[in-house]
Design a protein around this ligand. Sequence first.
Ligand code: ADP
Ligand code: MG
Ligand code: MG
Length: 476
Amino acid sequence: MAQGIPEEVMMNTALIKDLADVAKDAALLQGVLMRIQETPNSSELVTYAPLTLFPTPVPKAVFHQAIEVQTHYNILVDKISQDPDFLQGALASTIEVDDFIARLFKIHQQILKEGRSQSIILGLNRSDYMLDLREDGTSSLKQIEINTFAASFGGLSSRMADVHRHILNVAGRLEESQRILNNNPAAGLAAAIAKAWELYGSERAVIMFLVEESQRNIFDHRYIENELWKRNIPTIRKRFDDVCKTGSLDQDKRLFVDGCEVAVVYYRNGYMPQNYVSEQSWDARLLMERSLAVKCPDISTHLVGTKKVQQVLAKPGVLEKFFPEQPEVVEQIRATFAGLYTLDMGPEGDRTVAMALAAPDRFVLKPQREGGGNNIYGSEICQVLERVKDSKERMAYILMDKIHPTPVLNYLLRRDAPLKLTNCLSELGAFGAYVRQGKDMVLNKCVGHLLRTKSAEHSDGGIAAGVALLDNPLLV
Ligand code: ADP
Ligand code: MG
Ligand code: MG
């Protein structure tokens, strides 16, 4: 049977040292790049994005399962975004205690009240999974979360296949090299954005990337921008501050920023409370949401990506409401759910508290936050729960079964870090893209994958958070 990288390669210190140099240059040549931390807003000094030396074995069946369920997840996200009663019910407890989600929810309600001005919907998301090791040694695909807002690394991951192919060629592992899959999320994400732009129907209108203050990961965006420019679709990069200062709506609610009519707002910023530095940033968000521009995502779809919604979806009978005549779709989606538990006030939430306190290592405690580094693990779960268990504050969290992937040995390459054999855990993401116009789903695809790998000593993840590294699946 086909396998991963053999031990004689992994343990050959001289070879590994050479390969690490080869790998860094290959990443630079392929454009797997990041700006350096010291100068995040200049491309004068750039480095390779953190990457693994070797690809990581992933069983074929689970890989295909993740790819195949993605179009159903796209539909699910889209259906929930159109169901205000469901969102209200799911998030009612959260917004009582979480000011950030409450604020987003308020915008969502205001838009509903005014009536949505745009019937074109553009969804770009990434559903992330870990492979949970079963007792019989096989592994099952379990969703960690779905990101409906600013899901990143579709650009850089489009160049990663050739990096690992080259490393394996140099290592004399041709057979493994040929097993690295083609992957081009950048093209697929851009195609969906282009479709939304075309439906908006104004040649002069631009795609606006709403970007962060600190833009270390700009190359990831550039791949998508450049795909759009290739199609003669103009793109601009603006910050919240630019929208505050120069944004306006005309009488038809067309959005203008810096004199350009905006067909699509592609948010790559705005998912953390700290992204909204002032009341003006919130005003800018509201302005964009009220506009005729296609929002990726719109405010409702943003809320669908919360961990609270994920937990509510796992309750018995909920998926059935969204797919009343498709039990096979319900089954396919539900098969990827891990155990998720409410912390709402009441007997069910009380049971969750007791269960977590009794065996904290079996769970992850999650607040409604994004971007890595926010979850709570191990004994800290007890500290937090002891503090909040008798108050409504506990409703800001959900509890989730901890997933246990099989650790795999690899070498992790990042700037200024020593090269050493490391026990690693991986997370597989599937990129979803869809475009809907009114009732017509005009595009619904899985446009590629992402494998991120981290040292097993870290509980949490995230490449931008400085923990995870780019990788490729090696199907076995
Ligand atoms: P974020 O939105 O911040 O990315 P995630 O839910 O993806 O939040 O959690 C961040 C990281 O924490 C993941 O990339 C993964 O490494 C780890 N993690 C999250 N949930 C689990 C889980 N149920 N079991 C094991 N690890 C988890
Ligand atoms: Mg995540
Ligand atoms: Mg997330």
